[in-house]
Design a protein around this ligand. Structure first.
Ligand code: HEC
Length: 464
């Protein structure tokens, strides 16, 4: 119904725009006079759209249509008014009244009002001639050409059986010399289907890995335990030891933005022989067969890594358990906790809250030994579709001995529109199964050991 309504609306708006454009063409001068004191696209609306929407609503990204030019936006104006005033777009599940993060996309009440007034004033364009050309909004131009492209040796064939697919994937590469990297970008081959991806970088000892390209490239997450899975992928070095690993060098979710480590931390080392290890490449259900050839773009750096980044994971499959066991009986709303004592002073770089479909709310904070609270993140309405890697604006210190508390509420009633079962069924954590219809409760933190002055190191707009 909503869909049909949207369609009709879009057609109307489109026609209206056509008429407006035609009228404007004939009486250009009057139109400019009419604009005095009114809300204008170029002056007021474009900056809001370009900052909060275009990175997803641009060719090649997750948004279903472009939102860049006057015409793009005017054509969808009513729908944009609707999704912004109902806070459906831009997606930003974290509570911006609790903590702020880099790349935060939240519209202020004033910005939402401006959009409303622009629609009410008749979608006036203003001085669109001086807007930034659409190409400049693409991140590629900011970064330049990648130094290396690492792709799957062959495309992966999705079976088209309409179920979620979770793969563990190895993408090996070999380069002439060891070097340093400032940024890695994941480019999903099939944007409609690639849901999320989490990649670690394996660094082989060049003399201890004769053939990087042996073994499978893909293993279905559900089919194997992790040791068997590593053997199938032939991840180990020739002497049976594991290679060095830099965790979470690249993460992808629809709309995820680029981030660089600040120069005080540096990039990472990338060895002559290595592999990306995607311990989770998730494809959403697809009713048709499709091919995916996702790849990585790699940007080299002249700056050697200064401080190695580490990661810990608490909750499901992590170093601290979910209490009580993550079992949510049908027709119940239940709360679970994770508690973890931080063993050393750390500086947090990013945090990832994770739950599946029946997650309802999420809240993480730390209590220092002094009794003070450090706010981490609160997500009042969990939305499985928008899971971000949240980065604080500056490195965030958590002192040794602090206790991190995470609270997750799960709603397994029929009243939860995201409940995968109707009528509701018992849902639980199953041995770390990542199937969306089972549950998970995790908090993943990347950090460096704390050093004096870290609080002043900004993570915002960090470019090489
Ligand atoms: C993180 C990426 C992302 C950002 C940022 C984003 N969108 Fe979207 N948008 C999407 C995706 C993906 C969809 C497809 C529908 C869905 O999955 O909800 C969508 C759908 C829409 C729709 C269609 C809704 C419908 O019911 O058909 C509108 C309108 C829209 N976005 C407007 C905006 C506006 C306006 C902004 C900025 C204020 C914005 N979006 C920011 C990703 C994004």
């Amino acid at each position: 119904m909503q869909f049909i309504f949207n369609k009709i609306f879009n057609v109307c708006i489109f026609t209206l725009c056509l008429i407006l454009c035609m009228v404007q063409g004939c009486v250009q001068n009057t139109a400019t006079k009419n604009e005095a004191g009114k809300v204008l696209f170029a002056e007021h609306i474009a900056p809001i759209i370009h900052k909060n929407c275009s990175m997803c609503h641009i060719d090649g990204e997750a948004g279903p249509f472009n939102l860049i030019t006057y015409n793009d936006v005017a054509r969808k104006a009513k729908l944009i008014e609707y999704v912004t005033s109902n806070k459906i777009m831009p997606p930003w599940p974290a509570d911006a009244n609790y903590t702020h993060f880099t790349n935060e996309t939240v519209l202020s009440d004033d910005e939402i009002k401006l959009i409303k007034s622009w629609v009410a004033d008749g979608l006036l364009p203003g001085d669109t001639a001086h807007l930034m050309p659409p190409e400049q909004l693409k991140k590629e131009l900011r970064l330049g050409k990648p130094d290396l492209i690492v792709k799957l040796p062959k495309p992966f064939k999705l079976p088209g059986n309409n179920v979620d697919l979770f793969l563990v994937v190895k993408i090996p590469y070999e380069i002439p010399n060891d070097t340093f990297v400032r940024a890695i970008e994941f480019v999903p081959g099939n944007k409609r289907l690639v849901h999320h991806m989490n990649a670690h970088l394996l660094q082989y000892d060049a003399h201890n890995k004769a053939n990087l390209f042996d073994g499978n490239y893909f293993v279905n997450q559900d089919q194997s335990n992790s040791l068997k899975l590593h053997q199938q992928l032939n991840l180990m070095q020739d002497d049976g030891s594991y290679p060095a690993m830099t965790p979470s060098v690249c993460n992808y979710l629809p709309g995820a933005q680029f981030s660089f480590y600040p120069k005080e931390i540096g990039g990472y080392k990338i060895t002559r022989k290595g592999a990306f290890y995607l311990n989770d490449l998730h494809f959403g259900p697809s009713p048709y067969e499709a091919l995916d050839s996702s790849y990585f773009k790699i940007y080299y750096s002249a700056i050697p890594p200064k401080r190695p980044v580490s990661e810990f994971q608490i909750g499901t499959l992590g170093i601290a358990q979910v209490e009580p066991k993550l079992i949510v009986p049908a027709n119940e709303i239940k709360t679970f906790h994770i508690q973890f004592t931080v063993p050393q002073d750390i500086s947090v770089i990013s945090m990832v809250p994770h739950m599946h479909l029946i997650g309802k709310s999420y809240w993480a904070y730390a209590i220092k030994p002094s009794g003070d609270t450090i706010r981490l993140i609160r997500i009042p309405r969990w939305d499985f579709r928008w899971q971000y890697f949240y980065q604080p604006k500056t490195l965030l210190k958590i002192p040794r001995g602090s206790i991190i508390y995470v609270e997750g509420v799960y709603d397994n009633t029929a009243g939860n529109p995201n409940n995968p079962f109707n009528p509701p069924r018992l849902i639980m954590e199953k041995n770390g199964s990542m199937r969306t219809t089972d549950e998970m409760f995790q908090f993943i933190v990347t950090y460096v050991p704390y050093q004096k002055g870290d609080e002043a190191i900004s993570l915002e707009g960090v470019e090489p």
